[in-house]
Design a protein around this ligand. Structure first.
Ligand SMILES: [Zn+2]
Length: 457
């Protein structure tokens, strides 16, 4: 018998939830991998981890976080952001490139890998930027393991000039040649600036002006344009944080015509509607903005219909001082979320909004599948033993003071929760248990499995 067929330990007594069902099974873990899933795996001399009465989920894969390294570490860094992830049952995070400087060249990509090495408490991938003039850098970033590329059609945190359509198309072609996904912030930048100027000139400074300056058609236009271009370029396309009913309808229409695209909704766009501007002010300024309740309902309906492929957080930390800025035009977009995603989704599941299988599909299985992360997203033999022990019944109240980010300001403070993350395991090792981060940072870079280059290329 080869050594690898002897488990290091066996998880017993739990209900294992996958993207398509749940079963009472044991999980045998060896060398950080799932060795077997089935019944009666416990054996003499093999340690057991008794998870009786609990659910075991694959570790979540959050495809949209901003950990702020390099250049903005007063807001968050790789250590603090990945501690928050571990505490939230998220075992893989993929970090956005709109840092200072932006990660838009192979050299900067290499610098960032060097910078974050040894700091992460969970596994991580890094996106590169697709900017106004870097199509020739795409292949080099791909060689270094870029998970994909982020394209900002609309302006956001950092000094990122939005590319024109010609630059976008060149970038889409380069990403297609590298067989990597381009993820898009789909809002029309010229329209955003025009509406923003109008509101500013009219004297508006209140939080809701942010919503009024980013009407739904600005998203619809950008979604239509980028899907049209990506189909022509043959690029794998993903729309980050789709936020409107009209945007979702447009995606449905274009899919019906044969266009292929995946879409993401954010936890914030599912749990907050525009009534929250009165309660939270600029803390909930987000790009795209928190929308009216009809849009929120449309996104939930999209989840129920299977239109939505993934849920992500857009974990976008700022300092507590920045989050308190009263002038909407000076305030930053985004807030933390990687630690609160699973508790909020479990709470939604307890209320019948979705199933826990849906959570696994949207936050584990589909992200790993879409970005070709071969070792993640499932608890099956050969996959990484990344898993979360969840008690789906325990009632609690979300307390910002218990969160692990550098600044723990969150609109969800005080919200009632049903369901709790008890422990998180990364490649078989305990990294979080009942409030505490365990051990040293052991996170590794995760890369997409890419189509082998053809002889001609
Ligand atoms: Zn983002």
């Amino acid at each position: 018998m080869p050594a690898s067929s002897t488990p290091d330990y066996v998880v017993t007594g739990a209900t294992v939830v996958s993207h398509d069902g749940r079963h009472r099974h044991d999980i045998a873990v060896a060398d950080g991998k799932v060795l077997a899933v089935g019944d009666g795996l416990a054996a003499d001399g093999v340690p057991t981890l008794d998870a009786t009465g609990l659910l075991v989920l694959p570790g979540l894969v959050d495809m949209h976080v901003h950990l702020r390294e390099p250049g903005m570490t007063e807001k968050e860094d790789f250590a603090s952001g990945t501690r928050a992830a571990a505490a939230g049952g998220v075992t893989t995070v993929v970090d956005m490139p709109n840092t200072k400087p932006p990660v838009a060249t192979a050299e900067r990509y290499r610098d960032k890998l060097e910078l974050v090495r040894g700091k992460a408490y969970v596994d991580f991938g890094l996106y590169g930027m697709l900017d106004h003039d870097n199509a020739e850098e795409i292949a080099g970033m791909a060689e270094l393991g870029a998970m994909g590329f982020k394209l900002f059609m609309g302006q956001t945190t950092g000094d990122n000039r939005c590319p024109n359509d010609a630059a976008i198309f060149r970038g889409l072609e380069a990403a297609a040649a590298a067989d990597l996904v381009v993820g898009v912030h789909a809002e029309n930048d010229h329209l955003l600036r025009m509406f923003g100027d109008r509101l500013r000139e009219s004297g508006r400074k209140d939080p809701r002006a942010h919503l009024e300056g980013r009407p739904a058609f600005v998203e619809v236009e950008a979604v239509t344009r980028i899907i049209t271009m990506a189909t022509e370029a043959g690029t794998k396309l993903h729309i980050h944080h789709l936020s409107t009913a009209a945007g979702l309808n447009r995606v449905r229409d274009l899919r019906a015509q044969g266009h292929r695209v995946t879409i993401e909704t954010l936890v914030a766009h599912l749990f907050l509607d525009d009534s929250a501007y009165d309660d939270y002010g600029n803390l909930i300024k987000l790009n795209p903005p928190i929308r009216p309740a009809a849009d929120v309902e449309a996104l939930w309906a999209g989840i129920a219909r299977g239109d939505v492929d993934i849920i992500a957080t857009d974990h976008a930390p700022h300092t507590a001082e920045e989050q308190a800025e009263p002038d909407v035009w000076q305030a930053y977009g985004g807030f933390i979320g990687v630690e609160t995603m699973l508790p909020l989704l479990l709470t939604a599941a307890a209320r019948g909004r979705l199933t826990i299988e849906d959570i696994v599909r949207l936050c584990c299985y589909r992200p790993a599948q879409r970005w070709s992360i071969a070792s993640k997203g499932q608890l099956a033999p050969g996959f990484d033993a990344d898993f979360v022990l969840v008690d789906p019944t325990v009632e609690s109240t979300l307390d910002a003071a218990g969160l692990h980010s550098k600044h723990t300001v969150t609109p969800y403070h005080g919200w009632p929760l049903t369901g709790s993350v008890l422990a998180t395991y990364l490649r078989g090792q305990l990294v979080y248990e009942k409030g505490d981060i365990i051990g040293e940072p052991a996170g590794r870079q995760v890369m997409p499995a890419r189509r082998p280059a053809t002889a001609a290329s």
